[in-house]
Design a protein around this ligand. Structure first.
Ligand code: G
Ligand code: G
Ligand code: MN
Ligand code: NA
Length: 252
C-alpha cells in the first residue's frame, strides 16, 4: 500500500522519466527509431528500474495512468525534437497487456496524438503476443483500429510467448522484435532461432529488429542474414533525452 501511494504520487509529481534507446537500420547504418523506456527517479531511492515497479503497477491498476503518462511524454518529446530540426524518428512505446485491454485504449492513444500533434506514423506501439492469446477477435479489431490511425505495431520479446504462427499471421503487425535471449545465446541454437525468426518475418512481410545486440560478431551475423534493424548496447544503452539529443547530433 505504501508503494501504491508512492507510485501514485510519483506519477502526479512527474518523478517518472523516459530514457531512449536508438535503433539502427542495417541497410544504411542510420538511426531509424528509438524505444522509450521508463524509470522512476525517486527523491528517496534514486533511479528505480522498471522491473521494480511495472509488475506492481499492473497488479494495482496504476499501469493505466502510468502508461498514459509514458505515451504522452514520448509523443511530446518526439514532436519537440522534430520541431528542433532533428531527423524525424519513430518512437516505440511499450504497452502492457492490461493497458492494451483497458476500455478506451484506442481513444486514449488518439487523444494523446491529437493533443501532442505528433503524426501517427512516428508512433510505434510495442505489444507482446500475450495481448491476443485470450481475446483474439477483440485484440485483432483493436490492432486494426490503431493501424488505421497510421500507428505502427511491433511484437516485443518475440519467441518467448505462447502464440501460434497462425495467430501471428492474423495480427496486423509491422515489426517483429527478436528477443534478446536468442541474440545473446552463444550456442548454435540461439543463432538458428534468430535466423528462423528473420525468415519467418520475411515470409509474413514484416520488418524484423534484433534486440540486445552487444557485440560486433552479433552485428555481422545479423547483417549477413539480412535482419532489417538492431537495437542494443553495441550502439547505445538507453540514455536520457538530453544525452540522446547530444548522441544524435554527433551522429548526423
Ligand atoms: O531498460 P529496461 O530495464 O528499461 O526495461 C525493463 C523492462 O521494463 C522491459 O521489459 C521493458 O519492456 C519494460 N518497460 C520499460 N518501460 C516501459 C513502459 O513504459 N511501459 C511498460 N509497460 N513496460 C516498460
Ligand atoms: O522487454 P523490452 O524489450 O521492452 O526491454 C528492453 C530491455 O532490454 C530493457 O531493459 C533494456 O535496458 C534492455 N537492453 C537494451 N539493450 C540491451 C543489450 O544490448 N543487452 C542487454 N542485456 N539488455 C539490453
Ligand atoms: Mn520493448
Ligand atoms: Na523486448
Amino acid at each position: 500500500l505504501k508503494l501504491e501511494r508512492n507510485l501514485r504520487k510519483a506519477i502526479e509529481r512527474e518523478e517518472l522519466v523516459l530514457y531512449y534507446q536508438p535503433q539502427i537500420d542495417l541497410i544504411n547504418g542510420r538511426v531509424c527509431g528509438i524505444e522509450a523506456l521508463v524509470r522512476w527517479n525517486s527523491p528517496e531511492q534514486g533511479m528505480i528500474p522498471p522491473q521494480q515497479f511495472i509488475p506492481f503497477a499492473e497488479e494495482c491498476g496504476l499501469i493505466v495512468p502510468l502508461g498514459n503518462w509514458v505515451l504522452r511524454n514520448a509523443c511530446l518529446q518526439s514532436k519537440r525534437w522534430q520541431e528542433e530540426g532533428l531527423p524525424a524518428l519513430q518512437v516505440a512505446v511499450n504497452i502492457s497487456t492490461l493497458q492494451f485491454h483497458q476500455n478506451h485504449f484506442a481513444g486514449s492513444v488518439q487523444a494523446i496524438l491529437e493533443e501532442t500533434g505528433l503524426d501517427p506514423k512516428y508512433l510505434c506501439l510495442e505489444i507482446t503476443e500475450s495481448v491476443a492469446v485470450q481475446n483474439q477477435e477483440q485484440a485483432i479489431a483493436l490492432l486494426e483500429r490503431l493501424t488505421t490511425l497510421g500507428i505502427s505495431i511491433a511484437i516485443d520479446d518475440f519467441g518467448t510467448g505462447y502464440s501460434s504462427l497462425s495467430l501471428l499471421n492474423k495480427l496486423p503487425v509491422h515489426q517483429i522484435k527478436i528477443d534478446k535471449s536468442f541474440i545473446g545465446d552463444k550456442s548454435p541454437q540461439g543463432a538458428q532461432i534468430a535466423k528462423s525468426i528473420i525468415s519467418l518475418s520475411r515470409s509474413l512481410n514484416m520488418n524484423v529488429l534484433a534486440e540486445g545486440v552487444e557485440t560486433q560478431e552479433q552485428y555481422n551475423f545479423l547483417m549477413e542474414h539480412q535482419c532489417d534493424s538492431i537495437q542494443g548496447y553495441l550502439i547505445s544503452h538507453p540514455i536520457s533525452a538530453s544525452e540522446f539529443e547530444i548522441w544524435l547530433r554527433a551522429r548526423i
